[in-house]
Design a protein around this ligand. Structure first.
Ligand code: RIB
Length: 300
């Protein structure tokens, strides 16, 4: 089994439910406030470890109580956190998450996530071997991603990139990866195209395979230079979609690291992501391996 190296953000999520998003100048009552370990990087590492992957994580936290609580949560899921650096006089990343009708809107303060350097990432990947996976997202500096992708390619690693949050400058990075995993909104920002099939075709021209996650509609997979294919996802009662995409990325990495075919890996990832939306929160919603395996029977 190959190892999974996740590079990315850690955020403490401050979550509240509301009937609708407040308009400018308006004050509304929300409910059910809770704090929950999050951050796209940490969520993906947490998911990969909980679903059975040998997982290593690199990122930065501040020297505050949120930072230690986030790293402890990864440790409890058996993520190797020796690649986490504590930055002095910096706050840990914060995400204010508003959940309305099961969907979320997120406001970020990057804090220490903005401090992750190429040097941090190269130290982290020093013991990685050919064929090991690097899984990254875009809540850390773009220059760091660029430097580390070059390094990972030289080492013969497989690079999986979730370009979230999307910005046009990430297009160049997509050409350095083996697999790019945007959602529909991110695909539109990167390709300039609303239509999923046309947008995916344009993004794949950078040279990578592409999987577009489509929420309750499953996903669309286009191997570079090949034929596109839709995968439906199981129908479930949606409670909170936060970290569904992260669970998908973590789960997919696990099956690929185990040597499974892409088709089987995608189906497994869709099952895990579907289970995650039936629970509240980010890392608190990620299923374990047994639940994801057993769901194959339930979702048939
Ligand atoms: O993808 C979900 C995550 O995005 C949340 O946990 C939040 O921290 C933001 O990074």
């Amino acid at each position: 089994m190959k190892k999974i190296f996740v590079l990315g953000s850690l955020n403490m999520d401050l979550v509240m439910a509301c009937a609708r998003i407040p308009a400018e100048g308006e004050t509304l009552s929300g409910s059910g406030f809770f704090t929950n370990p999050g951050g796209k990087g940490a969520n993906q590492a947490y998911a990969a470890a909980r679903l059975g992957g040998k997982t290593f994580f690199c990122g930065c936290v501040g020297d505050d109580v949120f930072g230690s609580s986030l790293t402890e949560n990864l440790k409890r899921a058996f993520v190797d956190i020796s690649g986490v650096r504590v930055c002095k006089n910096t706050n840990t990343g914060i995400a204010v998450v508003l959940v309305s009708n099961g969907n979320n809107r997120i406001l970020l303060d990057a804090g220490a996530n903005g401090e992750v350097t190429v040097q941090d990432a190269e130290n982290f990947l020093r013991n990685a071997e050919t064929g090991d996976l690097l899984l990254a997202q875009a809540e850390i500096p773009t220059e760091t991603l660029h430097g580390v992708f070059l390094y990972a390619r030289r080492k013969g690693m497989k690079i999986l990139f979730n370009p979230a949050p999307a910005k046009t400058e990430l297009k160049e990075l997509c050409g350095m990866c083996d697999l790019v995993l945007p959602n529909e909104t991110e695909l539109e920002i990167l390709s300039g195209e609303r239509d999923v099939e046309r947008g995916t075709e344009l993004l794949s021209e950078y040279g990578a395979d592409v999987i577009v996650t489509l929420g309750g509609k499953g996903c669309y997979f286009l191997p570079h230079g090949g034929e596109g294919r839709y995968f439906p996802c199981p129908k479930v009662q949606v409670v909170d979609t936060t970290a569904a995409g992260d669970t998908f990325c973590g789960a997919l990495s696990v099956r690929l690291a185990e040597g499974a075919e892409m088709t089987e890996s995608v189906r497994f990832a869709l099952r895990a992501a579907s289970l995650s939306v039936t629970k509240k929160g980010a890392q608190s919603s990620v299923p374990c391996r047994k639940e994801a395996d057993e769901a194959e029977m339930i979702f048939k």
